[in-house]
Design a protein around this ligand. Structure first.
Ligand code: FAD
Length: 354
C-alpha cells in the first residue's frame, strides 16, 4: 500500500516536494489556504528575478524547470540618482501566480499528471493540525513561523503590477529613504515591482519612489498597494529542516538569502531536500546543511549593513561600482553569496553608466 503524506502549501517548494514523492510512489495530498493555485494574499500575479545555477538545480531536483526561467536581457541598478547597466547574464525572470504561463501553473500541471491531490481553501492555523511527518511549505506567511517558534521578521512593502510587452528585464533601486530596496521585473507580458524594507514604509516614500521611476525609467505605474510578509531573518539560526514533528521546506525552512531576500532558488532546492527528508533523512540533513551553509555569514553581514545609515550605504554602493572589476569580483564571490546553490554571481560587472 502506498505511503501517504500531507504537504501544507501549494507553492514552489511544496509542489516540488510533492512531485518528488509522487514519483517515488507516495500518495501525496497538498493543502493550501488559497481558493486555487497562486497562493494567499494579493502578491500574485507577480514577476520575480533571481540568480540561479539552473543545470545544477535541475540535476539535484531531478526535473528540468528551465522553461520557467527566462534570461534577463537588461539589468539596471540605481544608487540614488546614479544609474548603471550591469551584466545580466546571471539573472533570470520568473512568473508567479495562477496565470497559464506561470511557474506555479507549470508545477501544478506536473503534479496533477502524477495524481497528487490538492485541497484548496484549507487554512491551517497550527502545525499540530497536520499529521506528524507532514511537510510544511508555507512561504512568507506568518502562521507557521509563529506556531513552530521560528525566529522571523515582518517585512513591509508597496507593490504594483501592469501589462508590459518587453523582453525580460530587471531594475533595482537603492536610496537613502528606504532600508531595503525597490525592484521590478518584466516577463511574460507583466511588469511587477515592489519597494520594501524591514519596518513600515510611509506612503510618501512610495510616492517618492514612483516619482523616481517617472524621472529615470519613463514609467507611469498604476496605484501601489501596501503588503506585508514574514521572512526567516529573526536569527542567524533560523534555517532548519525539522521542527517539532514536521519537515520544513522553502522560505519557512530559512532557504532564503538574508541580504536581498532572494527566495526562489532556495524554494526550488528545498522542495527536493524536504522530500528526501521523508525517505533519506540523514542525506537530507547533509544536503540542507550544504545549501544553507552561507546563511549565518550573510545574516551577520546584513546586520552590520544595518548599522550603516542608508544614505552611506547608497554612497558605498556607488563607491563599490567604481572599484576595479577584479576587486569587485573578489568581494562578491559566488561561493559566498547567500542564495542557496548559486555558484556564479556576475552582478557586479558594469556595462555602462546611464
Ligand atoms: C511579491 C513577492 C515578490 C518576491 N520577489 C522575489 C524575487 O524577485 N526573487 C526571489 O528570489 N524571491 C522573491 N520573493 C520571495 C520568493 O517568492 C519566496 O521566498 C518563495 O516563493 C517562497 O517559496 P515557498 O515554496 O517557500 O512558498 P510559496 O511559493 O509562497 O508558497 C506558500 C504557499 O503556502 C500557502 N500557505 C501559507 N500559509 C498557509 C496556511 N497557514 N494555511 C494554508 N496554506 C498556507 C500559501 O497560500 C502559498 O500557496 C518574492 C516574494 C513575494 C511575495
Amino acid at each position: 500500500m502506498a505511503k501517504k503524506i500531507q504537504i501544507l502549501g501549494a507553492g514552489l517548494s511544496g509542489m516540488i516536494a510533492g512531485i518528488d514523492l509522487a514519483k517515488r510512489d507516495y500518495e501525496v495530498t497538498i493543502l493550501d489556504g488559497a481558493p486555487g493555485i497562486g497562493g494567499l494574499g494579493n502578491f500574485h500575479p507577480s514577476t520575480h528575478a533571481t540568480a540561479i545555477d539552473g543545470p545544477a538545480a535541475w540535476r539535484y531536483i531531478g526535473m528540468d524547470l528551465s522553461q520557467n526561467f527566462r534570461p534577463s536581457k537588461s539589468f539596471r541598478v540605481y544608487f540614488g540618482e546614479n544609474g548603471y547597466e550591469l551584466d545580466s547574464s546571471d539573472l533570470v525572470a520568473v512568473e508567479r501566480g495562477a496565470r497559464e504561463s506561470s511557474f506555479d501553473t507549470y508545477l501544478y500541471k506536473e503534479a496533477q499528471k502524477l495524481g497528487i491531490k490538492f485541497e484548496f481553501s484549507q487554512q491551517i492555523k497550527k502545525h499540530q493540525d497536520l499529521p506528524p511527518g507532514s511537510i510544511i511549505a508555507s512561504g512568507l506567511f506568518p502562521e507557521m513561523f509563529h506556531s513552530l517558534g521560528i525566529p522571523a521578521l515582518k517585512c513591509y512593502g508597496w507593490a504594483t503590477r501592469m501589462p508590459m510587452e518587453r523582453e525580460p528585464e530587471v531594475v533595482v533601486y537603492f536610496d537613502s529613504y528606504v532600508g531595503d530596496y525597490y525592484y521590478s521585473t518584466v516577463t511574460n507580458g507583466i511588469f511587477f515591482s515592489m519597494f520594501f524594507q524591514r519596518s513600515d514604509i510611509p506612503r510618501a516614500n512610495a510616492d517618492r519612489c514612483r516619482e523616481f521611476l517617472k524621472r529615470h525609467e519613463n514609467l507611469e505605474t498604476p496605484d501601489w498597494f501596501h503588503c506585508t510578509n514574514y521572512v526567516p531573518m529573526g536569527s542567524a539560526r533560523s534555517p532548519r529542516l525539522f521542527a517539532a514533528d514536521k519537515i520544513l521546506a522553502g522560505t519557512l525552512a530559512g532557504m532564503m538569502d538574508p541580504i536581498f531576500l532572494f527566495g526562489i532558488n532556495g524554494a526550488v532546492l528545498s522542495g527536493r531536500i524536504a522530500a528526501r527528508a521523508v525517505y533519506e533523512p540523514e542525506q537530507a540533513r547533509n544536503d540542507f546543511k550544504f545549501y544553507s551553509r552561507n546563511f549565518a555569514m550573510n545574516y551577520r553581514a546584513r546586520k552590520i549593513m544595518e548599522l550603516i545609515p542608508p544614505r552611506l550605504r547608497v554612497r558605498g554602493g556607488k563607491r563599490f561600482l567604481s572599484l576595479p572589476e577584479s576587486i569587485r569580483g573578489k568581494m562578491m564571490r559566488g561561493d559566498k553569496v547567500g542564495i542557496p546553490g548559486v555558484g556564479s554571481f556576475n552582478l557586479y560587472k558594469v556595462l555602462r553608466t546611464l
